[in-house]
Design a protein around this ligand. Structure first.
Ligand SMILES: N[C@@H](CCC(=O)N[C@@H](CS)C(=O)NCC(=O)O)C(=O)O
Length: 225
């Protein structure tokens, strides 16, 4: 059985969890919270050379990085596939996974999560309102506008769930956990898309398992009601 190390409500850990659930792979979970000093286990730098979550263990094999992990799971359990066979669809899927991690997470979700949750609650530093305002007013509109322009149907790529949906929606769940909403008037396709993908069985199960962590951190789960 695979062990997934991380926090279930983290953007990148959820990617590994949803992929494992979709593929009906057995996994167990070990909580590692890198932002809490001394929380990671002693062998953490071996499991995750970057120190980031998630990392997995499969027997004596270890692997870090959500993208590497999801591609590993895809090879280990090819069906149902989260990567399309068609070359263009495959490329588009990898593009959205990269965009989700390198742009949506890095420039929107991570700074908002850091300023609203980590700074005031964990590192005990006041939130920087200027950073939050810049993300919401300048950065986010371009990114959400781009995603809105790319949605044409239930899924980002083709007719089924791919790593693109898992990566993008995993980000937008955390975005909503911290109290923000994808405005349906400005982004009607994106708002509907997130709701639909978060309602898929694999996401629902992952989100159900996150409940205790969400409650413990005082996050906002009302968008899932
Ligand atoms: N490229 C990495 C990014 C992982 C990442 O940024 N994880 C975040 C949580 S979602 C983390 O570990 N943050 C803790 C920290 O920054 O110390 C992946 O896809 O796994």
């Amino acid at each position: 059985m695979i062990t997934i190390h991380g926090v279930p409500l983290s953007v990148h850990t959820r990617k590994a969890i949803v992929t494992a659930i979709l593929k009906k792979m057995d996994y167990k979970f070990e909580v590692v919270i890198p932002v809490i000093p001394d929380n990671p286990p002693p062998n953490w730098s071996t499991l995750s050379p970057t120190g980031l979550i998630p990392a997995i263990q499969d027997g004596d094999y270890t692997l870090a990085d959500s993208n590497a992990i999801c591609l590993y799971l895809e090879r280990k359990q090819p069906t149902p596939a989260v990567l399309p066979v068609d070359a263009k669809a495959y490329g588009r899927t990898l593009w959205f996974d990269a965009y989700a991690g390198g742009t949506l997470f890095r420039h929107v979700v991570h700074p908002l999560f850091h300023q609203t949750i980590v700074a005031p609650n964990i590192t005990k530093v006041p939130s920087d309102k200027a950073v939050i305002d810049d993300v919401l007013e300048t950065v986010q509109p371009k990114i959400f506008g781009y995603l809105e322009s790319q949605i044409d149907g239930k899924f980002l790529v083709g007719n089924g769930t791919t790593l693109a949906d898992i990566a993008v929606v995993s980000n937008l769940i955390v975005y909503q956990y911290i109290g923000y909403r994808v405005d349906a008037a400005t982004y009607p396709k994106l708002s509907r898309y997130v709701r639909d993908i978060a309602g898929l069985d694999a996401f629902r199960r992952a989100l159900e398992d996150e409940k205790p962590f969400v409650a413990n951190m005082g996050l906002d789960r009302s968008f899932l009601d």
